[in-house]
Write a protein that binds this ligand. Sequence first.
Ligand code: PMV
Length: 325
Amino acid sequence: MFTASAPGKVILTGEHAVVYNEPALVMALDRRAYVGVATTNKRTIELRSPELHLAENYRVSELEDTSAMHPSKGRLLAPYLSTVRHVTTLTGYTRGLTIEIHSEIPQAAGLGSSAAVAVALTTAVAASLGLTLKKEQISSAAFDAERIIHGQPSGIDNLIATYGGLLVFRKNEGFLPVKPAVGLDIVVCMSGVERSTGTQVSKVASTVKVHEKVGELVLHSIGHLTVEMVESLRKGNLENAGKLLTINHWLLNALGVSHPLLDRLVYASLRAGALGAKLTGAGGGGCMIALVTKQSRPKIIRAISKEGFNTMPARLSRTGVRLEN
Ligand code: PMV
């Protein structure tokens, strides 16, 4: 069996605006998805996710029909077939595979779990077929599944799961690694409210359609804020970075993608001394992040816990996708 892993992510600034070709800043998390793959002589693709209690079998012939890869009852893992297909097409492989997924990344929370699985899956399938793929090939194979799962994603999740680190990304231009002058201490809080990225992206699209000029200006402001954020981190100005995070939260709120619970968590974090706080990912639920210092960290964790929510530390992972064996 070949096993590969890839990291989850938090978007520091620029979500939603990135769909409209504005820059976004994204950080790989030290939580990973692991995918093990073995070849078989059967004509089936067996996908298992023990933690999600999912065990799904597909015929190899189903790889030909990309229109049947949308998730549905009993076929929740079907989008990953598109990623498998991407790799098997490169080698002409037509026999079976068993695929086992384990993930440390919370699901449907905006932490990039599906992209991390797709990236690790691509790499493990390729390795089991004796193929070494370039990073851009891995990211692009994973993007096939992301498109099916999320509709019109920007591609930021598969990119960060592949490369790791801290990246500034612009859809039509590519990405650059960012080296912050200081360490980033971030607390992630899960609201527990599930949401769909596709629905949230459509919400922004309708706001922009109705209020074209205002919508455009808000998205452009978010893009500009990301440019300033990159500068602040390069200079090690965490105070400024925190302020930009909070401004980003309220601009996302203006686009209609926050949630009363996320706003409450942002206020609680700021009151407890966070340098900045915002929703992360598509919003409407999912997670909130707070930029903290070593000193303020315990106070902010206590404040969030008083509101009834759990936190998890987010450390930067420099390692993108990797083969585990
Ligand atoms: O799926 P999430 O919650 O990580 O959100 C992705 C970020 C968006 O900008 C809202 C969508 C995208 O494709 O970039």
